[in-house]
Design a protein around this ligand. Structure first.
Ligand SMILES: Nc1nc2c(ncn2[C@@H]2O[C@H](COP(=O)(O)OP(=O)(O)OP(=O)(O)O)[C@@H](O)[C@H]2O)c(=O)[nH]1
Length: 370
């Protein structure tokens, strides 16, 4: 049982890569499934038809050969998917499945299949074509297929139809096929819309999970991700990177004197001042309560010092009006320029140590490593 389920899983995952998004992975899995059903069923039906024909060149013989050709095409699509694990490989494979399927269906309509039951298979076309081609391309392919079916069935004198169907059967076949197609188009449209909404929502939630709701800056989680990414990049290219840890001075007093709500406004305003004073490649995050961490790629500690002093003075000169009182705060900053061998948490704690030194030096100042 375990071996069977492992075989099925391996089979369905043929052609998928760890880097594939869930949507792409699902598409490849369904392609494998269709491919399997396609070549398995057509192979069985083909062999049965050949035996029925007793190898005479009669209708069953040609039906058997056609089904076996389709089976080979379906199988080829699987091989392509397995050995060309690329977007183009997938596209080609999907096109092969849909084209082979449509041609097979047209053949069944034209020849009638076993006792004129061949046309009953055409209802497979709408879901398969829409799934592989997507709404736009699928609709065009489906429209073209429906047009060819109508031409074959409704213009009996065109010499394209070899099987004999009653007029009622032909018209009902077209109506029912168009109805089923429309339902599938509607279904695919709703599916795509829900999928898009879901993707947008998930992207929004992902972003929100990295943003601090009070200040609008990156939160600790978002900053850690950026730091890790940037750290690798800097290491690879042997570039400088400097961290700055900043804390609002005597913030407890602000809360105690003016209330927590005013404290929140101050955090927000200071955060905005910081964010507005940075270059595009720099990041500032709200690291803790009234603590901010700056990441400055390609920056030395001397350059960071200039920036820190500029920001510190900006905050010093900022005034928040609270009722009749004018409230101003100051910040202390610790700077640490990373060495190539530094681990991130070590670098952060060194910036923190320098911040602590700034606090002990009387606050409202910037400290770099000597
Ligand atoms: N309003 C507000 N206050 C916060 C928030 N997060 C932390 N705090 C407060 O910030 C204060 C930090 O106090 P301390 O760690 O003693 O530091 P400090 O008063 O700033 O003194 P120094 O850092 O030594 O200059 C505490 O009173 C926290 O309650 C927040 O989101 N909003």
């Amino acid at each position: 049982m375990f071996i069977v389920s492992r075989f099925i899983r391996n089979y369905l995952n043929t052609g998928t890569k760890a880097s594939n998004s869930p949507a792409v992975r699902q598409q490849i899995q369904v392609t494998n499934l269709f491919g399997f059903i396609g070549y398995f069923i057509t192979f069985i039906l083909g062999v049965t038809a050949l035996f029925r024909s007793q190898w005479d060149h009669n209708d069953d013989f040609y039906l058997g050969v056609t089904l076996l050709i389709a089976s080979v095409l379906f199988f080829t699509s699987r091989i392509i998917l397995k050995y060309f694990q690329s977007k183009n490989g997938y596209k080609f494979s999907a096109n092969l499945v849909t084209s082979a399927l449509m041609l097979l269906m047209l053949y069944l309509i034209v020849m009638g299949g076993v006792k004129n039951t061949g046309p009953l298979w055409i209802y497979i076309v709408p879901p398969v074509v829409l799934f592989f081609g997507g709404l736009k391309r699928g609709l065009v392919q489906l429209g073209a297929f429906a047009l060819v079916v109508i031409i074959i069935l409704e213009f009996p004198n065109n010499g394209l139809l070899f099987a004999e169907y009653s007029a009622e059967f032909r018209s009902r076949l077209i109506y029912s096929f168009l109805t089923v197609s429309m339902l599938f188009v509607f279904y695919e449209y709703s599916r795509q819309r829900s999928f898009k909404t879901l993707q947008e929502l998930s992207k929004k939630f992902e972003q929100q999970a990295r943003i601090d709701s009070l200040s609008g800056l990156q939160n600790r989680r978002g900053m850690l991700e950026k730091l890790e990414y940037e750290h690798h990049r800097i290491l690879r290219h042997s570039k400088n990177m400097t961290l700055m840890m900043c804390d609002i001075d005597h913030f407890k007093q602000v809360n105690d004197q003016y209330g927590h709500d005013v404290g929140d406004i101050v955090i927000k305003q200071v955060g905005q001042m910081f964010a507005n004073g940075l270059r595009k490649q720099d990041t500032v995050a709200r690291w803790g309560g009234e603590e901010f961490l700056f990441m400055l790629p390609e920056t030395t500690q001397q350059q960071a010092f200039v920036l820190a002093e500029k920001l510190r003075k900006k905050v010093e000169n900022y005034e928040q009006k609270v009722d009749s009182a004018h409230l101003s705060v100051t910040v202390s900053i610790g700077i640490y320029q990373m060495h190539p061998q530094d681990k991130l948490d070590h670098a952060i704690s060194r910036a923190d140590t320098n911040l602590y030194r700034a606090k002990t030096h009387g606050r409202n100042c910037t400290v770099v490593t000597d």
